[in-house]
Design a protein around this ligand. Structure first.
Ligand code: HEM
Length: 302
């Protein structure tokens, strides 16, 4: 577990290196390191170590899992499906390499994304104490401090939903969406995009558009609360991208953000370390975007 944690932290730090963005857009740059300090070699070494670790874990599962018992986790479920398909002569898609890549993708795409969003959430609350106060008031009034939060409470907590939407609008944790390619000629808005052209659904650029959001630099959850106090989902806030290749984990991530942030608000008070000056919001941006590490005081709420 410790090895996994260390590897993951190294991987996340490497993914926040700004040069990774360049490498993503111009992969051929990797051939020019050295002398260019692209960070590709380092990322590749961590990736290889990660792959090795995942294969070792798969081996452990193969030795201990029981095909006739319910799967203990994703790896067991994948092994069961893989063996079933191999018996039926359809094993070419469900391979051990695919399994390793799928597990790596789920960890890689599903972990640091939610963590970075929550780190943004807390630093925004530290810098906007009135928002934190309003969130706590809503939570105390609707849920109280004893009851556990569930997803059904979403409708009853409009200010929490609005705050999460505002956090995601401003955080833009994936500043440049993943590249894709069109598989056939398409015409969009009168422009022909020929087959095989690389395209990026650059939804983060909507989030700071003054035509869509008044004073987009300001953290204002109130912009999504209507005159009756209801939460209004804004179709221009698209942190999970759009289309068929949008984030596969969107529903899970939305649940995590609502339950984790809501429970933190319910149980804790976030304050600046000296009680007065919040940490400045300094952002590091590479493939992933996140606030540089900051300190804060976390006090349990009575
Ligand atoms: C706040 C949390 C998250 C955000 C903001 C986020 C955002 C994104 C974005 C912008 C993409 C790229 C979509 C595109 O190519 O246009 C993506 C892809 C993806 N995400 Fe997430 N994600 C989050 C959490 C998760 C979680 C929890 C999981 C799974 C456990 C996950 C799994 C994936 C996968 C597998 C892809 C690749 C999908 C594909 O290429 O078809 N994500 N995500």
């Amino acid at each position: 577990m410790l090895r996994f944690k260390t590897l993951f932290e190294e991987f996340s730090a490497a993914a926040q290196n700004p040069s990774i963005l360049l490498l993503e857009l111009y992969p051929w740059l990797r051939h020019f390191e050295p002398p260019l300090p692209i960070g590709f070699k380092h990322l590749n070494e961590i990736n290889d170590a990660f792959i090795k670790f995942l294969f070792e874990e798969i081996e452990k599962h193969k030795k201990t899992f029981n095909e006739n018992e319910p799967p203990r986790d994703y790896t067991d479920a994948y092994l069961i499906e893989m063996r079933k398909r191999q018996k039926e002569g359809e094993g070419e898609l469900f391979t051990e390499w695919q399994m390793m890549a799928a597990i790596g993708d789920l960890w890689g795409a599903g972990f640091e994304t939610t963590v970075a969003t929550l780190r943004f959430a807390i630093i925004y609350l530290l810098n906007n104490p009135l928002v934190q106060q309003k969130l706590q008031e809503e939570m105390d009034r609707v849920i109280g401090n004893e009851n556990e939060l569930t997803m059904d409470d979403q409708k009853r907590l409009p200010y929490l939903c609005a705050t999460i939407q505002e956090i995601q609008r401003m955080a833009n944790i994936i500043p440049i969406s993943i590249q894709h390619a069109v598989t056939e000629d398409v015409v969009i808005g009168g422009f022909l995009i020929p087959k095989n052209t690389q395209v990026i659904a650059q939804t983060p650029s909507l989030h700071m558009d003054e035509k869509l959001f008044d004073e987009p630099e300001k953290f204002m959850p109130e912009r999504y609360i209507d005159a009756d106090g209801h939460f209004v989902k804004n179709d221009h806030v698209l942190p999970f991208s759009i289309g068929k290749r949008a984030c596969m984990g969107e529903s899970l991530a939305r649940m995590e953000l609502f339950l984790f942030l809501g429970t933190l608000i319910q149980r804790c008070d976030f304050r600046p370390v000296d009680g007065v000056t919040p940490p400045p919001i300094v952002v590091q941006s590479g493939f992933l975007r996140g606030p540089v590490p900051y300190k804060c005081m976390v006090a349990p709420r009575k």
